[in-house]
Design a protein around this ligand. Structure first.
Ligand SMILES: Nc1ncnc2c1ncn2[C@@H]1O[C@H](COP(=O)(O)OP(=O)(O)O)[C@@H](O)[C@H]1O
Ligand SMILES: [Mg+2]
Length: 239
């Protein structure tokens, strides 16, 4: 079919990608992402709860954030089992694995840090802003994959959690390249994030005993444990 309508294309894609969690397709020069409920087997179903509900919650989160003009992708259409988003470009994590200059890398990270500060300044939060869930396209930053659980913590605590996880993700991807990370975090602070940064420093004071515990693992621990030392170090020594 040469001139397929969007609905026809969608029906075809759904038929070809039954049960696939997420996939991309193109229609009339525009790229889209289609996300479906996770198909979980056995005990994982119990652990992860109802996948369809999680998808529905993510849809609600995206709609709510979009109404507030947050940097999220446009939802083109949705159904009970899936939703379709406009493409937001390459994720920060994928940008970092490309052969780009140090200056470009710094720019991308500065932009994403500023965008997180802006999201927080709007009274919003992401839930788990890891670099694989932030897209960058020509200076335009977009947040995807929103944490769908309803948390009981306050807005302030959610922002602190966002910042800890974001900085953890920076160190996880970059290793202890302190200068690049430090500059990116400074951008977050300068773009309206100073209050949250200070709150995070306060919050992590009670975790500083971990600083010594994590020291031996700072260079050769697991992928998630290595950054713990560097995150604590950042808040310990930066003023
Ligand atoms: N709108 C989008 N624009 C660009 N890439 C996307 C978009 N939506 C999803 N992706 C890509 O698909 C990956 C998985 O999507 P995500 O929503 O994070 O699913 P999951 O909940 O399974 O982690 C992302 O890390 C990103 O690479
Ligand atoms: Mg994700």
């Amino acid at each position: 079919m040469v001139n397929m309508s969007f609905e026809q294309k969608l029906a075809q894609m759904l038929e070809l990608n039954k049960g696939k969690r997420i996939f991309q397709f193109e229609h009339q020069g525009q790229r889209y992402w289609l996300k479906q409920a996770e198909k979980l087997k056995g005990f994982m179903r119990v652990l992860k709860g109802n996948a369809q509900k999680a998808l529905r919650r993510e849809m609600c989160a995206l709609q709510r954030l979009s109404r507030k003009h947050a940097a999220v992708p446009k939802m083109v259409c949705h159904d009970a089992d899936f939703f379709v988003l406009e493409d937001s470009g390459v994720t920060i994590k994928d940008w970092l694995s490309k052969d780009i200059s140090q200056d470009n890398m710094q720019q991308i990270l500065n932009d994403s840090s500023k965008a997180l500060a802006e999201l927080h300044s709007m009274g919003l939060n992401h839930g788990r802003p890891a670099l694989r869930d932030i897209c960058w396209n020509n200076g335009q930053v977009t947040f995807i994959d929103f944490e769908s659980k309803f948390g009981k913590s306050s807005e302030e605590q959610k922002k602190v959690r966002d910042l800890v996880l974001y900085i953890h993700s920076l160190y996880r991807s970059l290793g202890p390249q302190n200068e690049i990370v430090e500059q990116a975090i400074q951008q977050y602070r300068d773009a309206g994030g100073e209050w949250v940064w200070l709150q995070t420093q306060d919050f992590l004071r009670s975790w500083q005993w971990l600083y010594y515990v994590s020291f031996p693992f700072r260079n050769n621990g697991g992928r998630d444990s290595k950054p713990v030392y560097w995150v604590l170090r950042h808040f310990r020594y930066t003023v």
